[in-house]
Design a protein around this ligand. Structure first.
Ligand code: BTN
Length: 250
């Protein structure tokens, strides 16, 4: 993997790029770096991660066959609106992958990117809060399986997939990063309801049975905050990006 820092900085809003062969986690690194010395629009890319982090405190399997990157910026949004950034990141990745590799990726709520029934990308937004109404900065972390890993851990065997399983187009990591970051910037300027509409049209979770707190529900809609709305026939609840995990039933 050869990262072309000049190409990335000249074609995106990114001002500086760090590249590592191995790192614990690009999100952790950038979060710690930014707490000490915040530099707007910094990108960190790694060939593999020893402690890749996923949502809900899970780990994210990050062998050499993937692309792992994070970027940081100061969001001009309130705490309530932050979930939109995750939705925007998911839309940006899905659109870029579909365009560059001629595939039909979809989004599993909240921000897993799937091709057919395999997860090819995970996204994690880490936030550092300044006060109760404002964000200090946001780190957006994206992990994409480019080609299939030689060893796939048992717990993800059923869902693990890679772009190369679905496309014969060779992945140029610089172009992929540039496309995702630029789509992210474009979506950030897009009106909220049209983001939600596009997200809904790509969302695999809608009208599916899900388990939440050990109860069965159907996911029937997504509201204007990006929350998933569930019903079990008599009661309705809204699930946000927080500390809950959904189990999808067949
Ligand atoms: C998930 O699937 O739950 C989210 C996974 C997010 C993985 C990316 S890889 C780059 C960045 N660094 C991390 O440690 N995590 C994110």
């Amino acid at each position: 993997m050869i990262i072309n820092k000049d190409k990335i900085t000249s074609k995106t809003f990114i001002d500086q790029v760090f590249f590592f062969d191995t790192i614990d986690s690009t999100n952790t690194y950038l979060k710690e770096l930014s707490k000490k010395d915040f530099k707007n629009n910094t990108l960190v890319v790694a060939k593999n991660q020893s402690k890749g982090r996923g949502r809900l405190s899970k780990s994210f399997y990050s062998p050499e066959n993937g692309l792992y990157f994070s970027f940081v910026f100061k969001p001009k949004v309130t705490i309530e609106e932050i979930q939109m950034l995750t939705i925007i990141a998911a839309l940006a990745v899905s659109k870029s992958i579909n365009k560059l590799y001629n595939v039909d990726s979809k989004i599993k709520w909240l921000n897993d990117i799937y091709i057919e029934d395999k997860k090819i990308c995970g996204i994690l937004c880490d936030t550092v809060i300044k006060n109760s109404a404002q964000y200090e900065f946001v780190v957006v972390g994206i992990g994409i399986n480019i080609s299939e890993a030689l060893v796939i851990p048992n717990d993800i065997k059923d869902i693990y997939g890679a772009i190369s399983n679905y496309s014969s187009t060779e992945v140029d990591v610089n172009d992929l990063i540039i496309n995702i970051i630029n789509e992210f910037s474009t979506y950030k300027k897009t009106e909220k309801q049209s983001l939600i509409n596009e997200y809904k049209s790509k969302c695999l979770s809608l009208n599916k049975k899900v388990k939440y707190n050990n109860e069965s529900y159907v996911a029937y809609d997504i509201n204007s905050y990006g929350h998933l709305l569930l019903t079990n026939g008599h009661s309705k609840i809204s699930v946000n990006a927080g500390e809950v995990s959904l189990v999808y039933e067949d």
